[in-house]
Design a protein around this ligand. Structure first.
Ligand SMILES: CC(=O)N[C@@H](C)C(=O)N[C@@H](C)C(=O)O
Length: 784
């Protein structure tokens, strides 16, 4: 049996953990591509889930047990090598990313657009992320060519949490979320100075939500008010004094008192631990007055607020509401939580009297999407006639935590009454089984705040398409979807901003850092318009010479892997090939293959895209080939393929990974004696299944927060429903109970990696986040 060595039990932070591991960890000689010595490696250095207290455990097959100080007895050459690997980690980590962009038409010149790019760069040593703003002028020349003129340096945005330009582009909102008990700061900037600034105390609300999900910050059209989502105020903490329990908060500085935590309140699980319920607020940017939208009530968690076009002169807010009448199950990565669009009259700042009278007689809260189980990302067409939104109804109705999305619209009444009888019209349906090379459905799309082309009914968005991300146009009148990033590109494309009908996008691949592309429609923006993509010379791609030359020595391909069990009783979509991204050195010799790392995503209904990943690129630069397997059940391949996995986890997904590995071996792309496997969460479930079910296949493995025993996980995870759905398949949704029976537990156990533990002999590194609410640390600890 392998030995377990608990290597560290420290307060790791994600960035220091990655640096420490990449730079200093020991050791598997058979796999090291560059020296005959042992080296550990990691799949994803940054933990997705909370892990401030982490446990790092190593199971090895050497029979020996090291002392705690590691690494020991390094010779000079080893030290030098560690230093150089550590430096390389730093160089990859330092690569900046372009996170957002905004465009502003010049007031003085028609042929000039001003653009601002939000740049992110991790600061490894302080374990923080630097944010900076880089400006550029986009110049349209008379011969129709385009040139970007960059400011010489970016400006660091110290302490800035969010940046939101007003619709006209004449004002800029800056939000600074509080640290500790301090207030939230709102600043309204003009072209050269701060026009207004307000500190909103915690008695009004806590941090503004900026999580990409509940998050919503919206200017009204006359740019006098901003609606947003923030944590409801902290309740007073109970105080116990020498005279007994005082229920209300107290300002007494009584040293003899003890402050309790107050009533226990549910949160939305992993990544939301300790976050207070999201609530709706409106700020008057002139007076600094903040009004709470009280009509919503505590039964709904709210998010994604936008101002609606007025109806009969009344201003409404439209937002997403997640009911929380029963237990709040984890929401991170879980699109199967029902949600709907609601409208509420916006609070008025005119006078107290008019506020009270205008709200008194009306229906206070209107549910707009009664007929559909999920509605989110509301966005109004420029003429205000349509309210367009995405839906994860497939996910809610089936129970899969993520699935194929659909796009819908509601005709917005410009006069008359707003009520719950508005019809939800389908625009882009769920794609069950895409024809080869055709649109596979919408996955993980996000809308820009202004996604519309000049015809007023075509949206530009990005979506997962197989193992790539593609830019699409969607005509919301006809429902027609067109791929406007190049059809023949294996790279991944994401839209950053529109410049009129032109598109500012980023494009990257496993071997290419994200670069900016500028898309210009050839002719009219009809649905079959072709888009010409111009390369933009951007300072963000000028990485270190070393990194660029290492990346230049790599190549990649997206392979289609035929399924092995296609003869079984499968739907058409589940019988189609799945995909794997293969990354390798251009200079591999056929008779001596580099060691191969098989990389597996979690979820299981997620995907690993062909976009640039620093950690993956770092590993390939060290001389490892990568096989990134998007097994059936992944996003991006149609609903039938996705829904084929629930009920078959631990077998269908494991077999797909083994099929992909054998495919690579048969094609001469991998040496069967030099294969490692890495994965986190459900990817860790697969990793630990694989080393149990195929014990001779892997020379090494790394599992991050792995699901090793569903019978143990179900009792403490924030998503116990996941355990039922993925184990039992579609009946799992109806049989889900918070008190599993002995029979349920036996089935969970039998489908878990732990049921194969006796066969394991692969040296395995475990990265366990001790505060992970999703896949609790206990399942990993029990396994090791
Ligand atoms: C829905 C979900 O969170 N499932 C987990 C078991 C999982 O695999 N999570 C992935 C997305 C992760 O990387 O954390």
């Amino acid at each position: 049996m392998p030995n377990l060595r608990l290597v560290h039990s420290l307060h790791f932070t994600s960035a220091t953990l990655s640096a420490t591991l990449y730079a200093n960890l020991i050791t598997f000689s058979s796999l090291s591509p560059f020296r005959k010595r042992k080296t550990f490696f990691l799949s994803r250095p940054i933990f997705n889930l909370s892990s401030s207290l982490s446990v790092l455990a190593v199971m090895d097959n050497t029979g020996g047990c090291r002392t705690k100080e590691m690494p020991v007895g390094l010779d000079a050459a080893t030290q030098e090598e560690y230093a150089s690997v550590s430096k390389l980690v730093q160089e990859f980590t330092d690569i900046p990313t372009i996170d957002k962009a905004w465009t502003f038409k010049s007031e003085t010149a028609d042929d000039v657009t001003h653009a601002m790019f939000l740049i992110g760069q991790p600061n490894l040593l302080s374990n923080k992320r630097r944010k900076s703003m880089l400006s550029s002028h986009i110049l349209q020349k008379s011969n129709n060519s385009i040139s970007f003129h960059w400011a010489p340096f970016p400006i660091e945005m110290t302490g800035v949490s969010a940046v939101v330009p007003s619709p006209s582009g004449s004002k800029l909102l800056i939000i600074r979320n509080p640290e500790g008990d301090s207030p939230t700061h709102f600043e309204i900037w003009g072209p050269s100075e701060v026009k207004n600034q307000f500190a909103i105390p915690r008695s009004i609300h806590g941090s503004v939500y900026l999580d990409g999900w509940f998050e919503g910050i919206s200017w009204n059209t006359d740019e006098t008010a901003i609606a947003y989502v923030a944590e409801e105020p902290d309740p007073p903490k109970p105080t116990f004094t020498g005279f007994g329990y005082k229920r209300e908060g107290t300002t007494d500085k009584d040293c003899g008192s003890w402050k309790g935590q107050g009533y226990w309140e549910e949160d939305w699980g992993e990544a939301y631990a300790g976050k207070r319920q999201p609530a709706l607020f409106v700020l008057d940017i002139h007076s600094g007055e903040v009004r709470t939208v009280t009509e919503v009530g505590r039964g709904l968690s709210v998010g994604q607020v936008v101002w609606a076009p007025s109806i009969d002169g009344h201003q409404y807010l439209v937002f997403v509401g997640w009911p929380s009448d029963s237990r709040k199950l984890g929401i991170k990565y879980c699109y199967n939580r029902p949600c709907a669009l609601y409208a509420v009259k916006a609070p008025s700042f005119k006078s107290e009297a008019s506020v009270t009278s205008s709200n008194a007689a009306e229906d206070l809260l209107i549910k707009l999407t009664q007929s559909i189980s999920s509605a989110f990302f509301p966005n109004f067409s420029p003429d205000g006639k349509f309210l367009v939104f995405l839906s994860a109804k497939s996910s809610v109705d089936s129970g899969a935590h993520s699935a194929t999305d659909s796009l819908h619209k509601i005709e917005w009444p410009s006069n008359g009454k707003l009520d719950s009888s508005l019809k939800v019209i389908d625009v882009v349906p769920v794609v069950m089984c895409p024809e080869d090379g055709c649109f596979p459905g919408l996955y993980h799309s996000k809308f820009l705040s202004k996604p519309w082309l000049s015809d007023g009914h075509t949206m530009v968005l990005s979506s997962v398409w197989g193992s790539t991300q593609a830019i699409l146009s969607v005509n919301v009148l006809s429902g027609q979807v067109s791929r406007i990033s190049p059809n023949d590109s294996n790279s991944s494309w994401d839209v950053l901003a529109l410049d009129g009908n032109n598109i500012i996008a980023i494009c990257s691949s496993p071997i290419e850092i994200a670069g900016i592309k500028y898309g210009v429609p050839a002719g009219n923006i009809s649905m079959d318009a072709k888009w010409n993509w111009l390369d933009v010379n951007s300072p963000t791609t000028k990485s270190s010479e070393k990194v660029l030359s290492l990346l230049a020595s790599l190549e990649f391909d997206i392979m289609k892997i035929p399924v092995r069990d296609a003869s079984e009783n499968l739907t058409k979509g589940a019988s189609k090939p799945f995909e794997a991204i293969y990354v390798s050195s251009k200079h591999q010799k056929p008779d001596s293959r580099d060691p191969l790392i098989v990389i597996l995503h979690g979820g299981p209904h997620a995907v690993l895209l062909s976009s640039f990943s620093k950690s993956h690129a770092f590993l390939s630069s060290l001389g490892y080939s990568l096989l990134i397997v998007n097994y059936r059940g992944s996003l991006g391949f149609g609903e039938e393929a996705l829904q084929s996995l629930p009920g078959k986890i631990g077998s269908q997904d494991v077999n797909d990974v083994l099929t992909a590995i054998d495919y690579a071996i048969d094609k001469g792309l991998a040496d069967p004696s030099k294969i490692a496997v890495v994965g986190g969460s459900h990817g860790g479930f697969l990793t630990t299944h694989l080393i149990g079910q195929a014990p001779d296949k892997f020379a090494a493995a790394v599992a991050r927060n792995p699901v090793c025993n569903i019978a143990l996980m179900v009792g403490t995870s924030d998503i116990p429903d996941w355990c039922f759905f993925e184990t039992y398949g579609h009946e799992g949704k109806s049989i889900f109970t918070e008190s599993p029976s002995a029979e349920h537990l036996a089935v969970f156990y039998s489908k878990s990696p732990i049921s194969h533990i006796s066969k394991v002999k692969t040296p395995t590194l475990f990265l366990l986040g001790a505060q992970d609410l999703r896949v609790p640390v206990s399942t990993g600890i029990q396994y090791v």
